[in-house]
Design a binder for this molecule. Structure first.
Ligand code: GUN
Ligand code: FE
Length: 473
């Protein structure tokens, strides 16, 4: 099926600015690729554009006419570059504890429940179904997930993600030295064998079904202190052998940093532990990175590694405030966003974008330098920054010809909306184009700060409708 969208478009191709395209047509072919984003004088003219691209018949075109909606726009889907699917039941639990106590008191015990027993598999199916539905409903079209150490239930997760059509990086948690909670870990040999099994499983998924699976395995050492050197060595080799991306945590909490320094005295800093074992490259996503030193930032930049900023988690478990503006503009590092469920309580990247802006304002209140992050930068990190972190910068993140159609349709006028729009705030036919642009921009700001999943009415991944909350658009 060919999709032809007609309406407003909002995206952030450049860091720091928002592009608003008023009443444009977007043509998306049956492979889910955007063929054009253009203004046209009529639907017939747009249909001519569709036909000029290939042999498409009228009845094969699904026309999504959103042009009559005044407080509505199409956006790229959100990209959540750090989320623990398995921790979803624990949202909101444990805000009194810092990271290492929070892991020992709440997190490991929950992850351990998702084992290969019938009960573990049932629970995994329930949790994973819900977290995938919840993120999709919030407009997350792509996410990099941590599951648990267990492989069977991780395969259940991969199957569900493939079925639902989200672009998902699937990270079985690797750790072989969890001394504070020893019932929850694997041996080196188990980890290596199970990683191979997961890679095979995901490759098999790729050839299944009507749609090509968008699921990709990702090498996931949980964080340096729970991995022995041999395991890190094996994982580094696996990255090369299978050409896989990597994700982990870095520099989240000061006690964690001291612990890493005591365990790896031969390494000059936390980040360099990952580098030593071949785990830092342009397909690595390091979460948090709050307290990084100058040499670590230089290393991250030189390896083209991305940082997943998780402001709601950093606040919830009192980890700190990452100086994101400096990272972006002075250090030149790609920054994406992560919910970090359930260290974070926000299920949507929209909520994380809000937290990002608010945390940056708190930093600005205490600093002489400008630390404030604006909505344009926040939306960039939520989309383009995420795409780059996942090495999908050429494929998703903006709505441009040649990219895959991963998008969300936002409507502020849905029943029960949390955003009240007043008539003077809506574009009208007497407005000059600049006035319309300004009004859409203000509606966008209102959505960022007051909107929620109710406003996300339709979601596409790779051109396929994966969420549809209203019958006819
Ligand atoms: N560091 C190691 N494991 C975790 C985790 O599950 N969540 C967070 N926020 N940090 C971690
Ligand atoms: Fe995390």
């Amino acid at each position: 099926m060919y999709t032809l969208y007609y309406g407003n478009i909002v995206h952030t191709p450049k860091l720091g600015s928002i592009e608003i395209l008023l009443n444009h047509y977007v043509g998306i072919n049956a492979q889910g690729t955007i063929e054009f984003v253009k203004k046209a004088s009529s639907k017939d003219e747009a249909l001519e554009l569709v036909k000029s691209g290939g042999n498409v018949k009228d009845e094969e075109v699904s026309f999504v006419d959103n042009s009559h909606k005044l407080a509505s726009f199409l956006m790229p889907g959100f990209i959540d570059t750090h989320i623990h699917a398995s921790q979803y039941p624990n949202i909101g639990i444990g805000s009194d504890l810092p990271l290492l106590d929070w892991l020992n008191n709440h997190t490991f015990a929950l992850e351990l429940k998702l084992d290969g027993s019938e009960e573990g598999k049932r629970l995994a199916r329930d949790i994973y179904n819900k977290v995938l539905d919840r993120t999709l409903s919030n407009g997350t079209t792509c996410a990099s997930y941590f599951t648990t150490v267990n492989t069977e239930t991780t395969e259940i997760f991969a199957d569900l993600a493939a079925e639902k059509g989200q672009r998902a990086f699937v990270g079985k948690v690797c750790m072989d030295c969890n001394d504070s909670f020893p019932s929850y870990q694997e041996t080196l040999e188990e980890t290596v064998a199970n990683m191979k099994r997961l890679v095979d499983h995901c490759h098999k998924l790729e050839s299944k079904g009507v749609y090509r699976s968008l699921v990709c395995p990702i090498v996931t050492p949980r964080f340096a202190p729970v991995c022995l050197r041999e395991l890190l060595t094996e994982l580094g080799q696996m990255v090369k052998q299978y050409d896989l991306p990597v994700q982990s945590h870095v520099s989240e909490n000061k006690d964690e940093i001291s612990w890493v320094q005591s365990l790896f005295p031969e390494c000059p800093n936390y980040t360099s532990v990952y580098d030593k074992f071949g785990l830092l490259n342009e397909r690595t996503i390091l979460a948090h990175g709050i307290h990084l030193t100058g040499p670590e930032l230089e290393l991250i930049k030189s390896k083209k590694t991305s940082l997943a900023h998780c402001p709601s988690s950093n606040t919830f478990i009192t980890s700190g405030e990452a100086p994101v503006k400096k990272y972006l503009y002075e250090d030149g590092i790609n920054i994406s966003l992560g919910t970090d469920l359930a260290g974070g309580y926000e299920q949507s990247i929209l909520g994380v974008a809000r937290a990002l802006v608010m945390v940056s304002h708190h930093l600005a209140m205490d600093a002489e330098k400008d630390c404030k992050i604006g909505v344009a930068e926040a939306l960039y990190m939520a989309t383009v920054g995420g795409a780059k972190a996942c090495n999908l910068g050429n494929a998703v993140g903006t709505l441009e010809a040649g990219k895959k159609f991963d998008a969300q349709l936002i409507d502020l006028d849905v029943p029960g909306t949390n955003v009240d729009v007043f008539d003077f705030q809506r574009p009208d036919s007497n407005d000059k184009p600049e006035a319309v642009q300004d009004k859409i921009l203000n509606l966008l700001y209102k959505w960022v700060f007051a909107g929620d999943d109710r406003n996300c009415v339709r979601v596409w991944c790779n051109g396929r409708v994966v969420v549809d909350k209203r019958k006819s658009v």
